[in-house]
Ligand binder design. Structure first.
Ligand code: NAI
Ligand code: AKG
Length: 411
């Protein structure tokens, strides 16, 4: 099932549990605005090449729209639409004053040089600069983009609108980025995992983990899990996968990746097929890469007892059903990975205040938001006798529905 069909299905299920009026349900589903632009740039050798860029602004009833920009060859309008909608429910679950948006360009970033990536980012910004804004729509990094990408967007946007640090979050500290934002999604994943395991009388140090994806989210989650005594038995990325039943030394793996650019030939474990990671023997599986990786083909083979959705939409609804029947407990994306956008909110607040917080304050506040959201989700689960996914969806959708009604926006 494609990402949009899956996200719409989860939304409709939540709307039914909440008893939402059908007109309101329809108006919450339709995006506020969908932008599609052609971005043509000269390559370093002078030839011209075109890419298609998207920004979907889903909902702004609770505040400015917020969400990352993804550079990946599989970016398509339906996927961006689904990811924008997920951002709306996610910011509401985290209870931060934002709506939802997402953007992307269909490109393989590692095929472009740094200067080509810079030109592409600047052209994309030129095409959308009058549709984003500090109080309208605030981009951030996602797969294939990083603090440097945000710095280029900030610089290009500021040429049109004057110096505007709060136009993006996840930017370099030197340009007004927040301490702790780089690690925030992984740190939030760890806080979320701790909250869930505590409910089951367990803690990270008693558990084995398999982690798919070793970029921003996967590498930070791995590092922080290891710091807390968790044993990481398998890690994968687009270059390969490594396993070690005695535990992988994550700092050594990070160093290996930094020097070789790959997870292959790491001498602290055995290599494995990357797809095998999802069904590898472990207590906790944490997908930190692409959407739809858990599906009806592999869900029946998953050995983990807990799945923490650090990636957006890693589990499609058919897999959700199979895994739930097996008793696997799934912590959904719109809560599990909300640490990133929560610290993005702190960054935006710091930019507007013109005052920088220390890292301890950022991390303490993040823990408060993640813990509170977990308890709010659990309380929705009790009210509606539903899964954690539906607990999170009903929590987010209900908050957005309330602000929509208060503004008098229902159809
Ligand atoms: N960066 C952020 O703050 C946030 C990211 N997310 C989500 O987390 C996920 C990862 O994002 P980032 O870490 O930022 O991206 P990234 O670009 O830093 O890292 C992505 C990782 O996935 C790996 N990967 C790609 N294809 C793979 C495959 N077929 N098998 C195994 N690994 C594969 C890449 O090699 C890389 O290690 C995405 O779903 C993103 O939407 C969610 C919330 C916030
Ligand atoms: O930090 C942000 O604003 C958005 C992060 C994001 O794209 C996500 O949570 O999926």
């Amino acid at each position: 099932m494609n990402a949009l069909a899956a996200t719409n299905r989860n939304f409709r299920h939540a709307a039914r549990l909440l008893g939402l009026d059908s007109k309101l349900e329809k108006s919450l589903l339709i995006p506020f605005r969908e932008i599609k632009v052609e971005c043509t740039i000269p390559k370093d050798d002078g030839t011209l090449v075109s890419y298609v860029g998207f920004r979907v602004q889903h909902d702004n009833s609770r505040g400015p729209m917020k969400g990352g920009i993804r550079y990946h060859p599989e970016v398509d309008p339906d996927e961006v639409n689904a990811l924008a909608q997920l951002m709306t429910w996610k910011t509401a679950v985290a209870d931060i004053p934002y709506g939802g948006a997402k953007g992307g360009i269909g490109v393989t970033p590692r095929d472009l040089t740094l200067s080509e990536l810079e030109r592409l980012t600047r052209v994309f910004t030129q095409k959308i600069h009058d549709l984003i804004g500090v109080n309208t729509d605030v981009p951030a990094p996602d797969m294939g983009t990083n603090a440097q990408t945000m710095a280029w967007i900030l610089d290009e946007y500021s040429k049109f609108h004057g110096h505007s640090p709060a136009i993006v979050t996840g930017k370099p500290i030197d340009l007004g980025g927040s301490l702790g934002r780089d690690a925030a999604t992984g740190r939030g994943v760890v806080f979320a995992t701790e909250a869930l395991l505590a409910e089951h009388g367990k803690s990270i140090k008693d558990m084995t983990f398999a982690i798919q994806g070793f970029g921003n989210v996967g590498s930070w989650a791995s590092r922080l899990i290891q710091e807390r005594g968790g044993k990481i038995v398998a890690v994968s990325d687009v270059t390969g996968a490594v396993k070690n039943l005695n535990g992988i030394d994550i700092l050594a793996l990070l160093k290996h990746k930094e020097t070789t650019g790959s997870l292959s030939n790491f001498n602290g474990g055995d290599s494995m097929n990357a797809d095998e990671l999802l069904v590898y023997e472990c207590d906790v599986l944490i997908p930190c890469a692409l959407g739809g990786v858990l599906n009806r083909e592999n869900a029946g083979e998953v050995k983990a007892k807990f799945i923490i959705e650090a990636a957006n939409h890693p589990t499609d609804p058919e897999a959700d059903e199979i895994l739930s029947k097996k008793g696997v407990i799934i912590l959904p994306d719109i809560y599990a990975n909300a640490g990133g956008v929560t610290v993005s909110y702190f960054e935006w607040v710091q930019n507007i205040q013109g005052f920088m917080w220390d890292e301890e304050k950022v991390n303490d506040e993040l823990k408060k938001y993640m813990t509170k959201a977990f308890h709010n989700i659990k309380s929705m689960c009790q009210t509606h006798e539903c899964s954690l996914r539906m607990g999170a969806f009903t929590l987010g959708v209900n908050r957005v529905a309330r602000s929509t009604l208060l503004r008098g926006w229902e159809a």
